[in-house]
Design a protein around this ligand. Structure first.
Ligand code: C2E
Ligand code: MG
Ligand code: MG
Ligand code: MG
Length: 283
């Protein structure tokens, strides 16, 4: 009857909760070991300039190859790493790997573009970001203008003065800064003009439904904000020619998404770049 099946539902719900909690605890316990034993991988996703028809940058996206659970997405483990604070040494590692990789690509003559890295609020709170960035640049020999930090509105807002101070120091070095997932956070437009940033990234949530007039209105507004503040603009999560057509008609020239390329490991990326060059030669 209804009563007992209700009870059953609760039990299923409890079991589901237990499983989720256990998985979270397991990931939490294994993060430190994962970093020490180099279980993390960095993939790279191209950003495409539709006006020059060339790759104009890349974003580094972290993956965790867990020995028992397999590939774990950053959407799952980054929040846990943030809670425990281990995101700080993980970010130090990502900065080093990405700067070295980018320098290698430049030295090989494969490509010379800026690569961006996602930042957590905890890294700003730790006060060691500047030191981590300068160390990674020094060790790799990469020029600062080829490194970009992607921040979110919550980072910008946690302590506006402090964020501006840290970002200004990095900007003075020549490092680029972009505002990720723009339009989804709690930032007030009041401090956006004070943020030392170069680029706004339109969140994929708006791009996904960019056939809807309401989303189109938001996208064009974000693009005009960027224009008026003299910022570049990147659209993320671009998957179809219709989306590209609309974005381009609104003045957005840099796109990132599965339509152009998924996040790839360095080997795969090299192949992909080769393919792009071939396509160019044919056309
Ligand atoms: P994000 O920075 O907004 O990255 C964009 C996410 O959208 C990535 O998911 C990417 O793989 C995915 N994506 C790109 N193009 C498309 C598309 O056309 N369609 C769809 N459906 N998705 C697309 P991913 O790699 O799972 O990363 C999720 C989030 O995890 C990132 O969101 C970022 O906030 C965080 N993250 C990733 N790497 C790092 C890192 O090294 N450090 C920190 N702190 N966070 C990271
Ligand atoms: Mg990002
Ligand atoms: Mg994003
Ligand atoms: Mg996003």
């Amino acid at each position: 009857n209804a009563k007992s099946s209700g009870k059953n539902n609760y039990r299923v719900f409890d079991e589901e909760m237990d499983r989720k909690l256990l998985r979270k605890l397991e990931l939490e316990m294994d993060l430190r070991k994962g970093l020490a034993e180099k279980q993390f991988i960095v993939d790279y996703q191209p950003k495409w300039d539709v006006e020059t028809d060339q790759i104009s940058g890349m974003e580094a996206l972290l993956r965790w190859n867990h020995p028992r659970l397999g590939l774990v997405s950053p959407g799952e483990f980054v929040p846990i790493a943030e809670e425990t604070g281990i995101i700080v040494p993980i970010t130090r590692w990502v900065l080093q790997v990405v700067c070295l990789q980018n320098k290698i690509w430049q030295d090989e003559g494969l490509l010379k573009v800026c690569v961006s890295i996602n930042m957590s609020i905890r890294v700003f709170e730790s006060g060691s970001l500047y030191e981590m960035v300068t160390e990674a640049l020094e060790v790799s020999g990469l020029k600062p203008e080829y490194l970009e930090l992607e921040i979110t509105e919550s980072i910008a807002m946690y302590d506006v003065e402090d964020t501006i101070e840290q970002l200004t120091a990095l900007r003075d070095l020549g490092v680029q800064v972009s505002m990720d997932d723009f339009g989804t956070g709690y930032s007030s437009l009041g401090s956006l003009d004070q943020m030392p940033i170069n680029t706004l990234k339109i969140d994929q949530m708006f791009i996904r439904d960019s056939n809807l007039p309401s989303k189109q209105a938001i996208i064009s507004t974000i693009i005009s904000i960027a224009k008026n503040l003299k910022l570049d603009v990147v659209a993320e999560g671009v998957e179809s020619p219709e989306q590209i057509e609309f974005l381009q008609s609104q003045g957005c020239r840099v796109m990132q998404g599965y339509y152009y390329g998924k996040p790839m490991n360095p080997e795969k990326l090299k192949e992909w770049i080769g393919e792009q060059k071939e396509v160019k030669l044919k056309t």
